[in-house]
Design a protein around this ligand. Structure first.
Ligand code: SF4
Ligand code: SF4
Length: 298
């Protein structure tokens, strides 16, 4: 089962929820899964789950995007490559062909359409992907190089590398970046369930609505909610979830000892082991939601 943990906004405690979920299931491995959970940090612009999970990195790969490179001995400067590029990432100016890697989407159209075969593709390195383990959770993360604009290819390659084609009942937890932009869509794509972490405030509700819109309306995925810092704010999130039929699967109260654990970089389930059972129950509730969804679809 692939679960993407998302939040419409930063600072909701999304990563600590995702990592706590993975660790709690790991503590139960053998009963809930045949293999240790796999955790992927897909927040490639600011990956920080490793600070909580402390994996030993075993393999690192440079990744990026295939971009065109022109062989000027073959080029006739016909301009066909620029005509077919939807992203204005290649231009023919007199007897020069200019490639703009930051605009290129690696679609390959220019290579396919070049009449003289003057274009071949080369890897433009934009980041790294890594895999490792902390002994209980298998771990992967992507890191976008500073100044690079395209996070999606890094996330896609991280997923292709580490998620098996048929995950079966293995628990795979993806920690998405905050927001609702393309990197979040890529992190949700292919998931069985999206777990939204929010806080019960008007800002939290506003961003939750947008994230639910992406998961449900654009991708057709079932969603559930974790309310973090329960006790601040108002009833807006509860009312919205009730009206939309979105289950609230866990509430984490606003408590000083939890806030202290966060501030020390300690995971909730490590600082307060009594929460492990609640996170296991959260995972079981997600499985139950999927079972109900499948029954309803029959
Ligand atoms: S399509 Fe090929 S031959 Fe034509 S300008 Fe582009 S690289 Fe040169
Ligand atoms: S690979 Fe696609 S996006 Fe990149 S320059 Fe060629 S046509 Fe444009």
């Amino acid at each position: 089962m692939i679960v993407t943990v998302a939040s419409g906004k930063g600072g909701t405690g999304k990563t600590t929820v995702a990592a706590s979920l993975a660790l709690s299931i790991a503590a139960d491995s053998g009963t809930m899964a045949d293999r240790p959970p796999l955790f992927l940090d897909c927040d490639v612009e600011e990956p920080n789950a490793a600070l909580f999970l402390h994996p030993l990195i075993q393999e690192r790969r440079e990744v990026g995007q295939m971009i065109p490179e022109v062989d000027f001995d073959r080029c006739t400067y016909c301009g066909r490559c620029a005509e077919v590029c939807q992203y204005h990432a290649i231009a023919v100016v007199g007897e020069r062909v200019l490639v703009f890697p930051e605009l290129c989407h690696g679609c390959g159209s220019c290579t396919l359409n070049c009449p003289t075969g003057a274009i071949h593709e080369v890897l433009d390195v934009t980041g790294t992907i890594e895999r490792g383990s902390n002994g209980r959770v298998e771990f992967g993360q992507g890191t976008l190089n500073v100044g690079e604009p395209m996070a999606v290819p890094i996330i896609r390659q991280l997923k292709q590398w580490l998620i098996p084609p048929d995950p079966g009942d293995r628990a795979i937890i993806l920690d998405a970046s905050p927001g609702t932009a393309c990197p979040v869509v890529e992190s949700m794509s292919g998931a069985d369930f999206v777990l939204m972490v929010t806080e019960p405030t008007p800002f939290g509700l506003h961003d939750l609505r947008m994230a639910v819109e992406v998961a449900r309306s654009e991708l057709g995925l079932p969603v559930g909610v974790v309310v973090n810092r329960d006790g601040v704010g108002d009833r807006g999130v509860d009312d919205y979830c009730a009206a939309e039929g979105i289950p609230i699967l866990l509430r984490i109260p606003l408590e000083r000892r939890i806030a202290e654990a966060y501030s020390e970089g300690t995971l909730l389930v490590e600082a307060l082991p009594e929460y492990r059972e609640q996170f296991r129950a959260l995972y079981a509730a997600i499985e139950k939601q999927l079972e109900w969804g499948q029954e309803a679809a029959r």
